[in-house]
Design a protein around this ligand. Structure first.
Ligand code: PEP
Length: 256
């Protein structure tokens, strides 16, 4: 049983005070959640939010990190600094970093290996653009991103990687993939991991879906065999919507 893993990516939102308030609310409301939960506030709030979630069932995540450990890298944040403030998970390869900041598969792979070397868990994001989908390239792009992202990752470390399938055209647009569309790509990702690392690793890999996940569509996505959770952007910015997604089963029962 893989269980569910729901992560909130707060992107470039929330002052320190707002972040601490939201984290405090989530700590209270999700204390009894049976699902794995992570929140990734902006770098400026990591320390304060880390103090709020320490000793709770909510994991502290970072939205990115540098590919180097230390040194002359203006504007970058090292994995050592993240660990120092209590971060245990880092999101890597988000499409906004790939497309807006020019992050390549090779750079993302270097970050994945560095994060794992330092004992951080990784959420590796993959996903196609609309043009790639329309050109029939979904499988090619996603398989390539998984293979390149995991290149050189040792078999005994791959269990601390979660893959997030995030079709770029569904992020922040309100258009989400249907559960069936998402499931088809998740199945390809799982078989790719199985091909690279063996059947057990494929079976155990947590694969999140991301792209306009909301309280109303979460349960339908989670019902799919190969969807093990969600990476949530916009709907992670309010306690009501994020808690409803984390507790998607209870939310669905209440909605009838
Ligand atoms: C994301 O940025 O990872 C994301 C999925 O955003 P949204 O939920 O807003 O589409």
């Amino acid at each position: 049983m893989r269980g569910y893993y729901i992560a909130g990516n707060w992107k470039m939102h929330k002052t320190v005070g707002e972040a601490v308030d939201l984290a405090g609310e989530l700590v209270k409301r999700l204390a009894r959640s049976g699902h794995r939960v992570m929140i990734a506030p902006p770098f400026t709030s990591l320390q304060a939010v880390g103090e709020k979630v320490r000793g709770t069932n909510i994991l502290l995540g970072a939205q990115n990190m540098a590919s180097a450990e230390l040194g002359a890298h203006t504007g970058q944040i090292s994995c050592l600094m993240l660990k120092d403030v209590g971060v245990s998970v880092v999101i890597l390869g988000h499409s906004e970093c790939r497309l807006l900041d020019g992050e390549t598969n090779a750079l993302i792979n270097a970050k994945v290996k560095l994060a794992l070397l330092h004992g951080l868990e990784v959420i590796l994001c993959v996903g196609e653009t609309l043009a790639e989908r329309e050109a029939g390239l979904v499988e090619k792009i996603v398989v390539e991103q998984v293979e390149e992202g995991l290149r050189g990752v040792a078999p005994d470390r791959v269990g601390t990687v979660t893959i997030a399938y995030e079709p770029v055209w569904a992020i922040g647009t309100g258009k989400n993939a249907t559960p069936q569309d998402a499931e088809a790509v998740h199945a390809v990702i799982r078989s790719t991991v199985a091909r690279l690392y063996g059947a057990k690793a494929g079976e155990e890999m947590l694969i999140q879906y991301g792209g306009s996940v909301k309280p109303d569509n979460a349960a339908g996505l989670m019902a799919m065999k190969n969807i093990d959770g969600a990476l949530v952007g916009g709907a992670a910015l309010s306690a009501d919507s994020f808690c409803a997604i984390v507790e998607f089963d209870a939310y669905q029962r209440a909605a009838g």
